[in-house]
Structures are given as structure tokens and as C-alpha cells.
Design a protein around this ligand. Structure first.
Ligand code: FAD
Length: 295
């Protein structure tokens, strides 16, 4: 049926983007590079590189973004946060990126380096992502993505306050908002409807986390206010010793979610790859996204 694109021929109406994290070791760098090379032929709109909690990966993020820029035809998007840096320091990083040729930034407030502690702005720093967006737009006309939260950010006073804050980010110049991961298409649609009802005209891009390990996903979810539905637990029950089966289940679950989102009009999917290419590749393939040469 038309509403489910799975197994469809390549339609050419879907855009994808991929998120990677900067590697800590040479071995991890090899894995990352293999992942980037595997996903490059799918022609993503951009590939983003995260900025470790507390700004802990500043150099590694920069080096990864630079390598993508120099060695591939991809459009890199550098994540940048406000944590632990003054406005001048953040602006200088952004200026460096611009001079290097980077045009896309994912602008975030960020989380403190220690999980569970509250964000404290640097005394001369940007206090939230809205201020960061406004500051970056003064540095250069970057294409800016920001974060948004279908299930509400844990620090938000209410879901309305969360939306109001998203509006501040958009008013400051954000070009699109990428969601925190979620597992219910309905939850995404409710959020998108609330965004539209509040008069906000901004592209909401679902962030898709293909889950192969529910315990790990639960850990991520606890930090960011996302919920793990019971059915996801059930889907992985008894598969602890079966990594290959877990991969297949992960692809099926994520592709099903993407199919539902597609049926609801979504045409841009952002994948949290965790530097593993094969799952994202398989899900894209099921969505009809094909390597350019083979299209
Ligand atoms: P903000 O939007 O500034 O604030 C988060 C929430 O706090 C708001 O939604 C709002 O409810 C409330 N709030 C904040 N300021 C105000 C205010 N002034 N008035 C009212 N309410 C306010 N973290 C990293 O460290 N590195 C990364 O690379 C990274 N990448 C991410 C990518 C995506 C797509 C997503 C969804 C998250 C990412 N994160 C990353 C996590 C992010 O840093 C955390 O979720 C952080 O707690 C909030 O960042 P933010 O940009 O959403 O902040």
C-alpha cells in the first residue's frame, strides 16, 4: 500500500542525515571512517559530529569535521555546545569552522560533563541554545539545527514552556529542529501538531535511534526524558546472546517506525548511528534510499 514505503522502489523523495561521534582511539577512528564511507553513497543532506558532554571532545570533533570536509563530498555539521566556554571562545570556534568551509552547525546548550548534575552557564557564556543560535548567526550565516523534545526536556517547567523555548531558538535563527529519539510515531505527530498549533513554522526532523541493546537505550533515555515502551523490551527478550538476531530486530523496529513517519508526511530522517553504518544503511534501503550510483 502507498502508506508504507518499505520495499518501495527508490522514490527519491526522502532525505536522510547521519550523526556520528568523534572517535577516542585509532581503532574507533577506523570504525567511524568505515561507517562514513559506507553511508556516503546514500547522499545524505548532512552528516553531523557530536560534541562530547562538557565540551570534552572539542578537538576531536573539529578534527573529524575537518577530515569529512577534506576527504569526502559530504556536508559536515559540527555540533557545538555552550558548556564550560565563554561566548568569545564559542564564537572563535565557530569562526574557525566558517573559515574552514563548514556551513552547518547543530547548536546546543549541552549537558554538564557529570551525568545528573545541573547545567551551569559559564559566567561569560551563552546561557541556553537560543542565545547560542543568536550568537552564531552574528558570527556568520550558518545553517543551524537545534534540538527539540517530543516527550519534553526533563528541565522544562511544562510542555508549553518547552515549546516556548523552541520558539525562542527558531526566532533567533534556527533553520530546523532535530528531535531527541522516541519510539512512538504518535508521540512525534502529537509534538509536530503542537508545534504547528503554536504558530511555529519550522521543519521538525525525527531523530531515529536504531536500538540493538535495550539496557543501553534505557540509560540514554533516563538522561534525556525519552521513554522506552514495554513492547521494545519484549522485542529483545531472550536475545542477549544473539547479536545477529538483535540487529535484525533493531532494523525491523526502526524501519517500521520510519514507515509510519513517512505515512504521516515525514521526508527527512536523522539517524543516530552510534558510528555503526550497517543498521542505518539497511533502514535507509528499506525506505527506498539507494546508493547514488545504483539508483
Ligand atoms: P536548550 O534548548 O537551551 O534547553 C533545553 C530545555 O531546557 C528547553 O527545551 C527548555 O525546556 C529548558 N530551558 C533552557 N533554557 C531555558 C530558558 N532560558 N527559559 C526557559 N526554559 C529553558 N549534548 C551534547 O553535549 N553534545 C552533543 O553533541 C549533543 N547533540 C545533541 C543532538 C540532538 C539532536 C539532541 C536532541 C540532543 C543533543 N545533545 C547533545 C543533548 C543536549 O545537549 C541536551 O539535551 C541538553 O540538556 C539541552 O540542550 P538544548 O540545546 O536542547 O538546550
Amino acid at each position: 500500500p502507498d502508506c508504507v514505503p518499505l520495499f518501495a522502489e527508490a522514490r527519491g523523495d526522502i532525505e536522510v542525515s547521519f550523526e556520528f561521534f568523534p572517535p577516542k582511539s585509532e581503532k574507533m577512528a577506523d570504525t567511524l571512517w568505515e561507517a562514513i564511507k559506507t553511508l556516503e553513497p546514500l547522499g545524505p543532506r548532512f552528516v553531523s559530529v557530536t560534541y562530547g558532554a562538557g565540551g570534552s571532545t572539542r578537538e576531536r570533533t573539529h578534527a573529524t569535521v575537518e577530515r569529512i570536509l577534506k576527504e569526502t563530498d559530504l556536508t559536515p555539521a559540527a555540533h557545538l555546545t555552550c558548556v564550560g566556554s565563554s561566548r568569545d571562545e564559542v564564537d572563535a570556534i565557530a569562526r574557525d569552522y566558517w573559515d574552514l568551509g563548514v556551513r552547518n552547525i547543530v547548536a546546543l546548550r549541552g549537558d554538564p560533563p557529570e551525568t545528573g548534575t545541573r547545567f551551569e552557564a559559564h559566567p561569560d557564556g551563552y546561557r541556553d541554545a537560543a542565545e547560542l543560535v543568536a550568537g552564531l548567526k552574528k558570527v556568520a550565516p550558518f545553517d543551524l539545527s537545534v534540538a527539540c523534545y517530543p516527550e519534553c526536556h526533563p528541565e522544562a517547567a511544562s510542555s508549553q514552556a518547552d515549546l516556548d523555548h523552541l520558539k525562542r531558538k527558531v526566532d533567533a535563527g534556527a533553520d530546523r529542529a532535530i528531535t531527541q529519539f522516541f519510539f512512538s510515531a504518535e508521540c512525534f505527530f502529537d509534538f509536530r501538531d503542537r508545534v504547528a498549533a503554536s504558530g511555529l513554522d519550522v521543519e521538525i526532523v525525527p531523530g531515529i535511534l536504531p536500538v540493538t541493546n535495550v539496557a543501553q537505550a534505557r540509560k540514554f533515555a533516563a538522561q534525556c526524558g525519552a521513554s522506552i515502551p514495554d513492547w521494545l523490551d519484549h522485542a529483545f527478550e531472550g536475545l542477549d546472546e544473539r547479536p545477529a538476531a538483535r540487529q535484525l530486530v533493531a532494523a525491523t523496529v526502526a524501519a517500521e517506525l520510519c514507515g509510519q513517519l513517512y505515512a504521516g508526511g515525514v521526508r527527512h530522517f536523522h539517524f543516530y548511528t552510534l558510528n555503526r553504518a550497517e543498521l542505518a544503511y539497511a533502514i535507509c534501503h528499506l525506505l527506498g534510499v539507494r546508493a547514488k550510483a545504483a539508483a
